[in-house]
Design a protein around this ligand. Sequence first.
Ligand SMILES: [Zn+2]
Ligand SMILES: [Zn+2]
Length: 442
Amino acid sequence: MRLRAPQRTGVVFFPAFDWAIDPTHPEREERLLYTRDQIFEEGLLDIEGVVEYPPRVAAMADVERVHTGVPDLETHTSPSHLVSAGGAIEAARRVLDGDVERAFALVRPPGHHARRVVHGLRGFCVINIEAVMIEHLRSHYGDLRVAVVDTDCHHGDGTQDIYWHDPDTLFISIHQDGRTLYPGSGFPDEFGGPNAFGTTLNIPLPPGTTDDGLLHVVDHLVLPVLEEWKPDLVVNSAGQDNHFTDPITDMAITAQGYATLTRRLRAHVAVLEGGYSVQSALPYVNTGILLAMAGLDTSAVVEPDYHPDLLRMGERSRQYIERLCELMLEKFLRRDALRAEAVRGRTHLEETRSVFYDGAGIREQQHERVRVCDDCGGAVVLESWENPARKVLTVELPRRCCPACRAQGEDAFHRATTDEYALVELHDRPHDRVERKRRAGG
Ligand SMILES: [Zn+2]
Ligand SMILES: [Zn+2]
């Protein structure tokens, strides 16, 4: 008898067998080879109600909606990146079109370390495939309230940066504590910009966190927050480098842990991010995620190296996680009052920061100024430079931009000259348009 999935589930597979950072890098050609074999051998694609869709190719316009590239986006974006992002778009569209209830984009290259401005490779990423997907959906399906739950072992700092000022995107990142792992950020006090306070939540976990610890966060923080915030669409950035065999991290999550997380989270779309235990983890974790999305039994999914006695979490870590969830939930529920305190008497907030590109050896400087606004996400003016002679200015007008923020943002764009900046961009979200001024020969 043919197995039948209680929940119709789409799978988009793009292993990018011809794309790698370099042959010995963890993000290399064969990363999804064993996963593909396992999915075929287990007959997962023969299950009635599990449907494979080919990826589409994202357009450059999809990428431009989200990113400003220095010197331009074409320099950084390979065909593999467009198919990876297009795979995520295809998965999500199948869900929104009602062809399937859930979908899993099993794609690479990954994207969650890619920020608004792109100077090069950071944390194996150049374009943010989830953000490209979400903004594509909004431009085709209208305003959607989207929650991104990033369960990759690394802090999703790129996605956080892109949605920092967006009150309509809730970003929750659960990751190994940044004091012990790249990129070194993702702490509880990173809580969202002045007009989107409380829509960024970071849950740093101690090294050695087990399934029990991760699932405690899901049950006692993520699910109550989603219940309160009521997103239209839940996206799981489904990185798998929390696995106990992952070579570049220190966590203790199993394929069963991922399967249970998937079942409880009930994300509409899962998008693969990291995960570098190519043979010992990815085939099992991906099988578990796919079966759980389809509503099927996952109890037989067990890694060959699985020894439960070796995966125990200390009492101090358990208490820390419980307390952190209580504090974060309390803070989330008080976010409006906390925001009022934080912006009292302020018309703008300014920040300078420095961003390191480990893959390109570049240090970028940024200066950002955002209008404090009760009516929209606020006009954001962002200066970025690696070389001070080639500064870039990008202005963001948010979706549902209010007239006052539009006036300030357009003014900043029109006043900026190409004598001062090598590139000036206006991202006009309400009109789904990017305007650009470029210095001649720059
Ligand atoms: Zn990762
Ligand atoms: Zn406004």
